[in-house]
Design a binder for this molecule. Structure first.
Ligand SMILES: Cc1cc2nc3c(=O)[nH]c(=O)nc-3n(C[C@H](O)[C@H](O)[C@H](O)COP(=O)(O)O)c2cc1C
Length: 338
């Protein structure tokens, strides 16, 4: 059972990957979505989206876009950089993405239009390194509010015919918010469908995994999935992959007594903010630090207070001073056993 970092705009960048790598056990790092037209246009910030450290061999480049041609050309560029694969974003339902025909809109367009796009991306990925092409994958949701399994499976047939090798299903509909539990029973039926039609295609489950209990609930409901993808909890707890790798019911070889290892939250914040300065443009520092701390603060009893304090800072020294002050008052919260 592999564990993957989810693509998260403004969060799944090199600084977060480095925080996760301090603890290890993340098998695949999906990048934040890379906007295909901007990449091709060569804007001043694009090179930061192409950083692939600290474990370049584990990178999955996620692309978003509205057109077959731009997605195909962007796929050639990222595939030439190596890694595990190229992923097409067909799950993002943020209105600014969906309304323009990207993200989940690809699940709702005429099937042949989406097929042509997938084919263009596959062909670009294959041509980038014909001897050993990167893996083509898709991340998607269940569909629109009126989705049916029949429609979902017809869409899946198309992906399998176009030789997609890994599919991540985030089993919510377009409009369903994260407050609603993911529909794990559909992950199970989807997985059964894929495995009975294309046993070699890998299925990854995503949605609300944040600890061993939620992970094992997903595995119990959909026992044939090949992997689990984690988004928000990986920002809150960069050690979650190590924590889960030691607690998977199915991974007896990695078993580790829960609560015997320690994460130092101040050290993580110090390292993360330093890496953010190093691996992101200065123009992004403030918003990306704030975004990180809005999840990381959930580790603390007075996280809400901390979030507000950090939201009023703009530089690293001030952020670390706020945290230092917090730990002086709440010393027990600095160290987490996992
Ligand atoms: C801040 C944020 C940004 C996201 N950006 C992307 C993205 O770029 N591409 C994508 O496919 N999904 C994106 N997602 C969705 C996540 O990958 C994931 O499907 C969702 O958060 C559910 O997983 P979780 O319960 O582990 O958080 C984003 C989610 C969040 C919270």
């Amino acid at each position: 059972m592999k564990l993957c970092l989810a693509p998260m705009a403004t969060l799944s960048h090199e600084a977060l990957r480095r925080a996760i790598a301090l603890f290890g056990e993340c098998d695949e790092y999906y990048t934040e979505m890379i906007h295909a037209p901007s990449l091709l246009h060569g804007g001043q910030f694009e090179r930061f989206y192409l950083l692939n450290g600290p474990e370049p061999d584990k990178i999955v480049w996620q692309l978003t876009g509205t057109e077959e041609d731009t997605l195909g050309r962007a796929a050639s560029q990222v595939a030439a950089l190596g890694g595990i694969g190229v992923d097409i974003n067909m799950g993002c339902s943020a209105p600014e993405i969906y309304k323009y025909g990207a993200g989940i809109a690809w699940m709702l367009k005429p099937l042949d239009e989406t097929r042509a796009m997938v084919r263009a991306v596959r062909s670009a990925v294959e041509s980038a390194s014909p001897a050993a092409p990167l893996r083509l994958s898709v991340k998607m949701r269940l569909g629109d509010e009126n989705f049916t399994e029949e429609k979902l499976f017809a869409f899946t047939d198309m992906l399998l015919e176009e030789d997609v090798k890994q599919i991540t299903l985030h089993p919510r509909t377009r409009k369903e918010k994260y407050t609603r539990p993911p529909r794990l029973q559909y992950l199970a039926s989807f997985c059964n469908y894929v495995k009975s039609h294309a046993p070699d295609v890998l299925v990854v489950g995503n949605g609300a995994v944040k600890d061993a209990e939620s992970m094992n609930r997903m595995i119990k409901t959909a026992p044939d999935i090949d992997g689990i993808m984690i988004a928000r909890a990986a920002v809150q707890k960069p050690w979650i992959f190590a924590e889960l790798a030691g607690n998977k019911a199915s991974d007896a070889d990695k078993a580790c007594t829960p609560g015997t290892r320690t994460a130092d939250l101040f050290a993580i914040a110090e390292q993360f903010t330093s890496d953010l300065q190093q691996y992101q443009p200065p123009e992004f520092y403030e918003t990306r630090a704030r975004r990180f701390f809005s999840y990381f603060s959930d580790n603390f009893q007075f996280g809400h207070f901390l979030k507000t304090q950090i939201a009023n800072t703009s530089d690293r020294d001030a952020q670390l001073a706020v945290l230092n002050d917090y730990f002086n008052k709440m010393p027990d919260e600095r160290y987490v056993k996992y």
